[in-house]
Design a protein around this ligand. Structure first.
Ligand code: DC
Length: 238
């Protein structure tokens, strides 16, 4: 219970590589249970977009670290219409370009970038817990670093073929082999970086989604969330 006597909202943490179904699942669960939604990848993409816009080389870690406190990054958490702004500019489309996708792993490997964005993410999570029924958060280090105490922790996986197929449809790419190669390159960078690599912990439930429909995956996570919410309520002292 919060100091005001309201039950605090639930946090559902979802990690996994790109194309594993994180975003669609997280949004679907948030809509089903009227929770807020936070796409942390969009924050790393927004930071990368800004570096490129400023003419800062994403591979110059020292320059990226030095500039990283400057952009004001704000995310709207309505799962029906999530928004991303940098210094007041709507960058929702701009952060999905190939140029940003190619450079985002380098920017997100810089510890100063992560420190700043993790602090921002925790603020958004705290607001979701206090002002709403809770929040669904997706990324690469949510179950391990950002919200390791979340009552629901999921690690989504899918075969390389299924992931490339989904990603190609999302971005209208005709060349599935090239998409698969790009996913493999980002997987390698995201899971081998020194700071908060993508890792699966023993206490996160692995969901292999290759042969499940989106609705099936959402239903599984909603059930886990309902069980966790029940357990939390049941244990709340009167
Ligand atoms: O989920 P996405 O593909 O939009 O994420 C873009 C990149 O951001 C991804 O390649 C790695 C990085 N990322 C991260 O390092 N930590 C997170 N919590 C989320 C994303």
């Amino acid at each position: 219970m919060s100091a005001q006597g309201h039950a605090e909202g639930i946090v559902i943490a979802i990690d996994g590589p790109s194309g594993s179904g994180k975003s669609s699942t997280a949004k679907g669960v948030a809509r089903a249970r009227e929770l807020r939604y936070l796409d942390t990848g969009a924050m790393y993409r927004a930071m990368t977009w800004w570096m490129l816009d400023q003419g800062i080389d994403p591979n110059d870690a020292a320059a990226v670290a030095e500039a990283s406190p400057r952009p004001v990054i704000t995310l709207g958490t309505d799962p029906a219409a999530p928004t991303v702004h940098v210094d007041g500019t709507d960058v929702a489309a701009a952060i999905r370009t190939q140029e940003v996708t190619t450079n985002v792993s380098a920017v997100s490997a810089v510890p100063e970038v992560r420190e700043r964005l993790v602090a921002l993410q925790r603020e958004v999570i705290e607001r979701g817990r206090r002002e709403a029924s809770g929040i669904v958060v997706e990324g690469r280090d949510i179950t391990t670093v950002v919200a390791p105490d979340a009552p629901v922790k999921i690690f989504l996986t899918a075969s390389p073929e299924a992931r490339a197929d989904r990603r190609s449809k999302e971005v209208n790419a005709a060349d599935i082999a090239a998409t698969q190669a790009d996913l493999a390159r980002r997987d390698q960078l995201d899971s081998t970086r020194a700071d908060s690599p993508l890792t699966q912990t023993a206490d996160a439930l692995e969901l292999e989604t290759s042969n499940l429909t989106l609705d099936e995956v959402i239903a599984i996570v909603v059930k886990l969330a309902d069980e966790a919410a029940g357990a939390v309520e049941g244990s709340t002292p009167r």
